[in-house]
Design a protein around this ligand. Structure first.
Ligand code: PEP
Ligand code: MG
Length: 747
């Protein structure tokens, strides 16, 4: 690249910087910028189009086109040459615009006189913001250098737009990150919340896009890249053997960090006047734009790696770490691309709500959100790009909708909804101490699911009769090392104290699948949900399970104790686990510890195979609890974490209900108490149908007990059963429509 063009470009950027420093209102600045660019590039026209909404571009400033067209001329994404630049996020450079495919003539602008056209996208990190255009009468193709220079200017404009340089009080321009935006996601956990955005990984803000000393900037970049290389190498040397996927990602990082092409492009950007961080971001933007259009999954993943790497580099250059020190607002709503269960637990109950861009309903992060009773919306596409720390946000967890920076009317409607829910909760409080007895005299035991000490205060307030499922893995997930026996015994003992003599069903450690312990060597399994998890780990490596069983016996200290094993798929897994427990009882007794006055040993029925186990299993088990989340995924062969397939199969599908009925019969035959503790037990219509199929014990999150009980109290299970049987006889796939209709007629 010629030194002269580089310095031209730098000169343009420093003039741009001076223009910005002059102050003035947003519109004035835009006008000055178009004037300056046309002047520097030697073109008659320079125009800036910005996106009004995700589909509409508006001419916001121009030098050369008719001034009356400003804020009047609009086009849709993809329409005309300008619209095409924005849609494809790629420059268009033509000597003869009117002959170009897609050209659209806009008479109000007077642009018919201009032949050559160069348009470049204004974008920030893959987010379209607008288009920067120069045009001239003379029929000429702009040189590569000119294209490049205009792209650099567009990059700076993007940063300035992001920083709000073109907006102000009463401006005609729409402000970035100031408008209300609504996101339609997927319900992760019901409930409503109003709070302020707290970003899990805040966006890096580039406050200094222009620099006049390229040498210093190249040096800064070089130093940061060196640091990055060292840290990638360190990460690689710490990866446990066998974790192929992690190595693959880090190798890709290393490849990019050592890539000459990547470095060279950034150095060229710096030579043209960008600061080191703006150069990194320019490359990152280009990679993100490519990511949207690349059909190949492997390539997309590599671009994703480059994106992550660029983020690391930006954090090194700007000093904005993962923790930017942004203060957590009073009513924090966590916004993140994704989050693991351990990280979510670290935030704990402080959070008013959680919104994830990715995530899945069956994931354990979602279960943690449920355990914490925090409204959760997942799959809210692009929210991490739109939201800023401190923005007002409303979560409608019942509909899976998120309102960011909502308008007054939305806020009012939302407050009304919250008030109505509070009134409903009051109604539930009035039935709290009543048994859940149906109109036909069947009493259903309602218990709660828990996993944290902090859940226990909900026991009396929800009206739960006990804890039907205590997930013990949450304590293991939050620690850097395996918790010690004494520590666990103390915790379990406190849980029993807090339950005040009510039954607590402790489920032994259920790890594997997405519940990865930070201190456990990750195993590279093709399908972890069907892999080495739960009781399979417990039986193959019994050390931790035995320690946990000892802790439970010690915690009971003579009190009754109830333990169940997860993911039991066949009889011998149950007998082996049970033998372990009985052996631990003997050992504890020999050590002089008090044994529980009563011990119940149960199994979770989470694989269809167990429903067909020999009768001996049902006789041996003191109780059985259906883990519907897992059972459903295996029954329908549909991953509980895969949003694409998960929702194809309704829990009220007649096949599933018939299967539940068979389990009820098998347990009744052997006189084995049966309960259901998956998430579906907490959904009133599902709970009602389960009760109609014969289940007499349901365990759910505390907030569901009121709504479920309220429906049970009003219902006659014989009638519900008739509706279900009629639907089954008709060959209906799901009984939901029939049951919902019937319920509607009842009110
Ligand atoms: C289930 O599978 O229904 C269950 C309760 O266990 P978890 O969700 O913890 O796998
Ligand atoms: Mg399970």
């Amino acid at each position: 690249m010629a030194e002269s063009t580089e310095s031209e470009s730098r000169k343009l950027l420093s003039r741009l910087q001076a223009t910005m420093a002059d102050g003035g209102a947003g519109q004035e600045r835009l006008d000055r910028i178009t004037h300056l660019i046309a002047d520097s590039m030697g073109t008659e026209v320079c125009s800036i189009y910005l996106l009004r909404d995700p589909d509409t571009l508006e001419l916001c400033a121009t030098e050369g086109l008719a001034p009356e067209a400003v804020h009047v001329t609009r086009m849709r994404l993809g329409e005309g040459l300008v619209g095409r630049v924005a849609r494809r996020a790629r420059a268009i450079n033509t000597a003869n615009a009117p002959s170009e495919r897609g050209f659209r003539y806009m008479p109000e602008t007077g642009e018919e006189r201009y032949s050559s056209f160069l348009g470049v996208p204004i974008q920030r990190l893959g987010e379209r913001l607008g288009v920067l255009v120069v045009q001239s009468k003379e029929e000429r193709q702009f040189s590569d250098d000119e294209v490049y220079a205009l792209e650099v200017v567009a990059m700076v404009l993007a940063e300035m737009t992001e920083l709000g340089a073109f907006t102000g009080e009463g401006e005609a321009m729409s402000a970035r990150h100031k408008n209300p935006v609504m996101f339609r996601g997927v319900v992760g956990q019901e409930g409503t919340a109003m709070g302020r955005v707290y970003l899990h990984e805040p966006r890096v803000v580039v406050t200094r896009p222009i620099s006049d000393d390229p040498e210093v900037e190249v040096e800064r970049l070089q130093k940061a890249v060196d640091e990055l290389r060292v840290s990638v190498d360190q990460m690689l040397s710490h990866v446990a053997p066998g974790s192929g996927e992690q190595v693959q990602v880090l190798e890709a990082y290393r490849m990019f960090a050592n890539s000459r092409g990547w470095m060279r492009r950034m150095e060229e950007d710096i030579a043209r006047g960008l600061s080191a961080e703006a150069a990194v971001e320019k490359e990152q933007s280009a990679a993100r734009a490519r990511m949207e259009t690349v059909p190949d999954a492997y390539l997309r993943e590599r671009l994703q790696d480059l994106d992550d790497l660029s983020n690391r580099l930006l954090r090194l250059l700007t000093g904005q770490g993962q923790d930017t020190g942004a203060e957590m607002p009073d009513d924090p709503v966590l916004v993140a691309r994704n989050i693991g269960p351990g990280e979510l637990l670290d935030y704990g109950r402080k959070l008013k709500g959680v919104v994830l861009e990715e995530g899945s309903v069956g994931s354990h992060a979602a279960i943690v959100a449920r355990a914490l009773a925090i409204p959760l919306v997942i799959n809210a596409a692009r929210i991490t790009q739109e939201a800023l720390n401190g923005d007002l946000v409303l979560i409608d967890g019942d509909q899976g909708i998120v309102h960011l920076r909502p308008e007054e009317t939305v806020k009012t409607a939302f407050r009304d909804k919250i008030a109505m829910q509070a009134a409903a909760q009051e109604r539930y409080a009035s039935i709290r101490d009543k048994p859940a007895e149906t109109r036909d005299g069947q009493v259903i035991s309602l218990t709660m699911n828990a996993g944290l000490m902090a859940d226990l205060p909900s026991l009396p307030s929800s009206g739960a009769e006990g804890v039907g499922l205590f997930r013990t893995e949450l304590q293991f997930l939050t620690r850097a090392q395996v918790p010690r026996r004494g520590e666990l015994a103390a915790l379990y003992s406190r849980v029993m104290d807090a339950a005040g003599g009510k039954r607590v069903v402790f489920r032994t450690l259920d790890i594997g699948s997405d519940k990865v312990l930070p201190y456990m060597k990750p195993t590279d399994e093709p399908n972890p949900a069907l892999g080495w998890r739960a009781i399979r780990v417990g039986l193959d490596k019994p050390g931790v399970m035995r320690m946990q069983l000892q802790a439970l016996i010690r915690a009971a200290n003579g009190r009754p104790l109830t333990i169940m094993f997860p993911m039991v798929a066949q009889l011998d897994e149950f007998t082996d686990a049970r033998d372990h427990l009985l052996r631990e009882m003997d050992r504890e007794a020999a050590l002089g510890h008090k044994l529980p006055e009563k011990l119940e040993i149960g199994a979770m029925l989470e694989t269809p195979s167990l429903a067909f186990a020999p009768r001996k299993f049902f006789e041996l088990a003191d109780f059985v609890s259906i883990g519907g989340n897992d059972l459903k995924q295996f029954f329908f062969a549909a991953d509980r974490e895969n949003e694409r397939v998960r929702r194809r199969y309704d829990t009220l599908n007649v096949s599933f209900l018939t299967f539940i009925e068979q389990i009820v019969h098998r347990c009744a035959d052997a006189d084995t108490p049966l309960s259901f503790c998956g998430e579906d037990a907490g959904r009133p219509i599902e709970a009602l149908c389960f009760a109609a199929m014969g289940l007499r014990s349901l365990s759910m999150r505390p907030a569901s007990i009121g709504p479920v009980k309220s429906l049970l109290l009003r219902s006659d299970l014989r009638e519900v059963r008739k509706v279900i049987n009629a639907a089954r006889a008709e060959g209906t796939q799901s009984v939901r429509p029939a049951v919902t209709d019937w319920l509607r007629q009842q009110t």
